[in-house]
Design a protein. Structure first.
Length: 363
């Protein structure tokens, strides 16, 4: 219930960034029915708009001020954060103003109504809200990426954990909207005035909070079952260079191989960035261990010692292999059947062209 309240206001003002969303409460309230056409003459925005440019600008100042305190930004970092947010969020709001106002107004009407909305009405509302939610999620990811260059390692690690919580919240809300969009709205468990709502909502909140906690723990390399997994942000040691060339090359080769379209490319690079974030977090945490093992490996005197130390080194790098495997699995879900068939055909043709050349060399 609280998530959509925060989301509707924040998205409307265009002023959220990664950390703020990462701490957002659980999922949306029962969505609003479409407005009465006789009241609005088919235009939800005709009643007025209170999200002015000045309000958006000042709201961004206040939110980034809170963000600066949360991350302990210095003056330059706060200035740069505001620049990132103001470059993106007002434009997103302006481009989607009518749709946002329509979604917010219908939600407000439903909250003030005396009867639960029908599943058909909820489905229509969810279909309006879902693209905004997903577009907003992409905007947060992009903003977080552009904040990294002026953040310290410790601040980046803190943001990584909160970004994972944000993604859990985004996915949770998106799945729920999809259920409603498909006609699966159950007013008895999802309408605030129903007798069953409080019990169901508390259960949803518990599940949501636990999923966020575990996601943050995984992002920070903590044991989800340990007390430290529920604690605040941790600082990170200095890290090595990104070392992302191989992974980037793999993604770019994959895009070229299947001739992915722009939407698929965006999804592919998003998978890459998430994998890189997970890898870099792990490298920050394990940097001292990696350095120590590499020194031991160089100092090893016998083959037996080198084999033993190399096994330790390989074990330490296993999580990196898992992150890369997860990246590859995500990429494999992107191409369509047609793209796969065309890629296979191209590979066969290239192979056929290469065989005569290879035969000529042997002769």
């Amino acid at each position: 219930m609280r998530l959509l309240t925060a989301w509707a206001l924040v998205i409307g003002a265009g002023l959220l960034c990664a950390s703020a969303v990462g701490q957002a409460p659980p999922p949306p309230p029962p969505p609003p029915p479409p407005p009465n056409q006789s009241d609005h003459a088919g235009d939800d925005t005709s009643q007025g708009l209170f999200f002015t440019d000045t309000i958006i600008d000042r709201a961004i100042d206040r939110v980034t001020e809170e963000l600066g305190g949360h991350f302990k930004f210095d003056d330059d970092q706060l200035y740069n954060t505001r620049a990132v947010v103001k470059e993106r969020f007002p434009r997103f709001f302006q481009e989607n103003r009518a749709q946002i106002v329509r979604v917010v107004n219908r939600w407000a009407e439903a909250m003030l109504g005396g009867d639960p909305p029908a599943p058909e009405e909820v489905a229509e509302w969810a279909q309006l809200a879902q693209p905004l939610l997903n577009g907003f999620g992409n905007l947060v990811e992009d903003s977080a990426k552009n904040m990294r260059p002026f953040m310290t390692d410790a601040q980046q690690t803190q943001m990584d954990g909160e970004l994972e919580m944000f993604r859990v919240g985004l996915n949770y809300a998106d799945r729920r909207l999809q259920v409603w969009s498909d006609g699966g709205y159950d007013w008895e468990s999802e309408w605030p005035r129903s007798d069953k709502f409080q019990e169901k909502e508390q259960q949803r909140i518990r599940e949501y909070d636990e999923a966020r906690r575990r996601a943050r723990a995984e992002a920070l390399g903590l044991d989800p079952n340990s007390p430290s997994a529920a604690s605040g942000p941790t600082s990170a040691p200095a890290t090595r260079p990104d070392r992302s060339d191989d992974w980037t090359a793999y993604v770019e080769s994959f895009i070229k191989r299947y001739k992915l379209d722009e939407a698929q490319k965006t999804a592919a690079y998003k998978l890459l960035h998430r994998a890189e974030d997970s890898r870099n977090n792990y490298l920050r945490r394990k940097l001292a261990d990696i350095d120590a093992i590499e020194k031991r490996l160089k100092a090893a005197k016998t083959d037996e010692d080198r084999t033993k130390i190399k096994a330790e080194y390989d074990h330490l790098n296993e999580p990196l292999d898992r992150y890369f495997q997860k990246l590859k699995e995500g990429l494999e879900a992107l191409p369509t059947r047609k793209q796969r068939a065309e890629a296979a055909k191209t590979e066969l043709e290239n192979r056929a062209k290469a065989e005569p050349k290879a035969a000529g060399k042997h002769e």
